[in-house]
Design a protein around this ligand. Structure first.
Ligand code: DUC
Ligand code: ZN
Ligand code: ZN
Length: 476
């Protein structure tokens, strides 16, 4: 019997803290050795000239959710976890969306049925709270937290999805009592309704008007309000999909006051702008998400905030509506109307290559920060660390071996997302994972998917680990 099932030899191993030349020895799905000169393995991967990174943790993805704006997801757990793996991600955390008057347990069972037998990488679940009754918060939530569902998302906007401030306070109190982390979609519903009604009345309904319905103050106000509610309850929160400087400034302000307020941004806010959505006809629907992407000046401010630790998490917020057809973003015709396009863009596969190329390659963030925001921090915040999100003895052998010189032009044809478009069509990136390993098994090699559907397993999350360096104060 050989000492190791797999040895990755001669690569540069990178974690959120260190960059070292060493081999990685894997046995029984876990990392068991990190040292030079490992041999005697059943399988050896030569990683010389390559980077060995923790597999990515994409902690904000929407997979196989109920229809949104009347449009259902084209992706399911098989397609979307395959796409994730091809882009170097080895753990995803999708959402369970509670239906009104339905128990959380029932909703969770439905999602287990969707994921089991299909997922090719490991997954946990967040829960979207639409109906935070006393029964849900007092009875179901505590039991679910013990079972590994420790993160809950609330919305401050959308018909039938938003909850009010009083309900958010109750959710935060329950999270504090039982030890959950609350994710907040922060956009002011009243402001959006007011602005949308004015635009409608003026007949300004083409897609170029979308960002006029939700300008930065709409996000800034809700972000500040969410921070205030969390401060009053004295509980950590995480603001998801932060799009721009004004909301980001609220997070920095809060943290510098010692509040446990964390932030996530996404590729669409670093690579897309409102000009993409303002294109004539339906074209802009490919880029339409909520909050809207802003302008290039904001992109640079978000990059700087990522580099300085204002944001802890960089996730895809992957949504998988098609562009064309009866289940597409363009389904509610005949004319494009900014209120009728389901918001959300795909990105589960391109997330890491885009960030590696434009972030590390262009020296906007260093390699360790790349690992921190795309793998280690989300694993810590959502209670999966150190099993996931790092390279350490005892951790799961979830690894992505990157060729930092590989040139790829992103196009819908080479992605695995089961969609008819990508907002990143034609983007040229340098660097792509050439082998992706999940619990010691090579799931993707040189672009070939080797994983069997259903090999991915459910991960029960612990409570958040918010110890430094997650969320230390940030320089202005
Ligand atoms: N919020 C998300 O988190 N994702 C897509 C759309 C939205 O509003
Ligand atoms: Zn959201
Ligand atoms: Zn989302």
């Amino acid at each position: 019997m050989t000492e190791y099932d797999l040895v990755i030899r001669g690569g540069t191993v990178v974690t959120a803290a260190d960059t070292v030349r060493c081999d990685v020895g894997v046995k029984g799905g876990r990392i068991v050795a990190l040292t030079e000169g490992l041999d005697t393995a059943d399988e050896v991967i030569d990683a010389s000239g390559k980077l060995v990174l923790p597999g990515g943790v994409d902690s904000h993805v929407h997979i196989d959710e109920p229809p949104f704006y009347g449009v259902k997801d084209a992706g399911e757990f098989g397609t979307d976890t395959t796409a994730a793996a091809c882009g170097g991600t080895t753990t995803v955390i999708p959402f369970v969306r509670q239906d009104r008057e339905c128990s959380l347990r029932t909703a969770i069972q439905d999602y287990h049925a969707k994921a089991g037998g299909r997922a090719v990488i490991d997954y946990a679940f967040h829960i979207i709270l639409l109906d935070p009754t006393d029964q849900v918060l007092g009875q179901e939530m505590p039991a679910l937290i013990e079972d590994g569902y420790t993160s809950y998302k609330v919305f401050m906007t959308y018909d039938g999805i938003a909850i009010n401030d009083g309900e958010i306070l109750k959710v935060l109190e329950a999270a504090k009592t039982h030890g959950a982390i609350v994710m907040v979609h922060a956009e002011s519903d009243h402001c959006i309704r007011h602005l949308a009604a004015k635009l409608d009345a003026a007949g300004a309904t083409s897609l170029e008007n979308y960002q006029r319905m939700a300008p930065q103050p709409v996000e800034r106000e809700a972000t500040h309000r969410a921070i205030t509610l969390a401060e009053i309850v004295d509980v950590p929160i995480l603001l998801v999909h932060v799009s721009a400087a004004e909301a980001m400034e609220q997070i920095r302000w809060a943290r510098n006051r010692g509040l446990k307020v964390y932030g996530e941004t996404c590729p669409q806010y670093l690579f897309l702008t409102d000009d993409h959505i303002a294109q004539p006809g339906w074209e802009g629907a490919k880029y339409l998400c909520a909050p809207p992407p802003r302008d290039t000046a904001n992109q640079e401010l978000l990059w700087r905030a990522l580099a300085r630790g204002v944001f802890q998490v960089l996730s895809s917020d992957h949504c998988s509506s098609l562009f064309e057809g009866p289940d597409g973003k363009t389904a509610h015709g005949p004319d494009p109307h900014f209120r009728h396009v389901p918001p959300g863009v795909p990105g589960i596969e391109a997330r890491l290559p885009l960030m590696f190329s434009e972030g590390v390659g262009k020296k906007r963030i260093d390699l360790n920060t790349f690992v921190a925001v795309t793998a280690t921090n989300p694993a810590k915040i959502y209670g999966l660390y150190p099993r996931k999100g790092t390279i350490a003895v005892g951790a799961d052998a979830d690894l992505a071996i990157w060729d930092p010189e590989k040139d790829v032009t992103i196009s819908v044809d080479m992605l695995h997302e089961n969609l008819d478009f990508t907002p990143y069509e034609g983007f040229e990136v340098k660097g792509w994972p050439v082998a992706v390993i999940s619990r010691g098994e090579i799931v993707v090699r040189d672009g070939v998917v080797l994983a069997k559907p259903g090999r991915g397993t459910f991960l029960a999350c612990e409570r958040a680990d918010l110890t430094p360096p997650v969320g230390t104060a940030v320089a202005s």
